[in-house]
Ligand binder design. Structure first.
Ligand SMILES: [Fe+2]
Length: 302
């Protein structure tokens, strides 16, 4: 079973609602429960930086408020996304157990609406405390026992969730040989469907020590395996779509939390898969931002 926070069951949800009283029959949650799911639609979130203190403001924004706004947007979509990915930096700064407990509370409406949530770890997370706060995640069977790694098979793509958290509060990331070996084997065993790789850290360059330290080793695995179509990451708090020389799309997700440079958009990305590519729609928290609703159509390399 892949590692993720599963939806809270409809039955469990209805029992809770009935206990709460008949007035709940008109709540947005119940209305949302009748939505149809689009199995090709995915919500891509990154760098939510949630703190146990819901009132905490950093770099001029309240992270809890930002997350709640995105949550409301997901619940209001005409069709329910098949799932949500959060590509790391789930916690505010150093991954406290209480940060993850707060995150779990904030994820409840999404999970009640039957959206599974797949969580990725970043350099502001702490793996042990993440698992301590989320026993379901700790108990889940993983391809690598000591890393938050998963392979999620869906109708139009296989999602490879990698764990680049090397050391909490140390900026660069590292996958390590064991994880790279697993990835190569898992890709070889799943050749016939587009593969999308999710990692918190951006590709590192010789000039930058803040990204993924073993980028070249990762590229050596994913470039020749033509089923790999995209490398999706966060970490930089910048929205950008580029392409590496082999044709792999490099999708840098915006932060749900704060931006580092004024004017950059904070928000999330609504991804819709088709047979030959993926459509990305940027959803800015500030809907007056010039990049809000910007659509990028990606075609897969051959
Ligand atoms: Fe971050």
């Amino acid at each position: 079973m892949p590692i993720y926070l599963p939806p809270i069951s409809r039955r469990q949800f209805l029992v809770r609602s009935l206990v709460g009283g008949a007035a709940l029959a008109l709540t947005p949650e119940l209305l949302a429960a009748s939505r149809r799911t689009d199995s090709n639609s995915w919500a891509l979130l990154s760098d939510i930086h949630l703190c146990a203190d819901p009132g905490l403001v950093a770099r001029g924004i309240n992270m809890t408020d930002h997350f709640k706004q995105v949550s409301r947007e997901l619940l209001a979509l005409p069709k329910r996304p098949a799932g949500v990915f959060i590509t790391g930096d789930c916690a505010y700064n150093n991954g406290e157990v209480a940060d993850y407990a707060h995150m779990a509370d904030l994820l409840e409406p999404i999970r009640k609406d039957q959206m599974p949530v797949h969580l990725v770890l970043g350099n502001h997370d702490n793996r042990e405390r993440f698992w301590e706060a989320l026993p379901q995640e700790k108990a889940a069977k993983r391809p690598l026992a000591d890393r938050q790694v998963a392979l999620i098979r869906t109708s139009r793509a296989n999602w490879f969730v990698l764990d680049s958290l090397e050391k909490t509060l140390s900026t660069p990331g590292l996958l390590g040989q064991e994880q790279l070996d697993w990835l190569a084997g898992a890709l070889d065993a799943n050749r016939h469907k587009p593969a999308l790789v999710l990692v918190h850290h951006n590709p590192g360059t010789m000039a930058s020590v803040s990204g993924l330290k073993d980028t070249e080793a990762l590229y050596a695995i994913i470039r020749p395996r033509k089923q790999v179509k995209a490398y999706i990451f966060g970490h930089t708090h910048v929205w950008q779509v580029a392409q590496d020389p082999s044709g792999i799309h490099l999708i840098n997700l915006p932060p749900v939390a704060y931006v580092f440079r004024e004017g950059e958009p904070a928000g999330w990305v609504h991804a819709t898969l088709d047979r030959k590519g993926m459509r990305l729609e940027l959803r800015c928290l500030d809907t007056s931002h010039k990049a809000h609703a910007q659509v990028t159509d990606l075609r897969w390399r051959a």
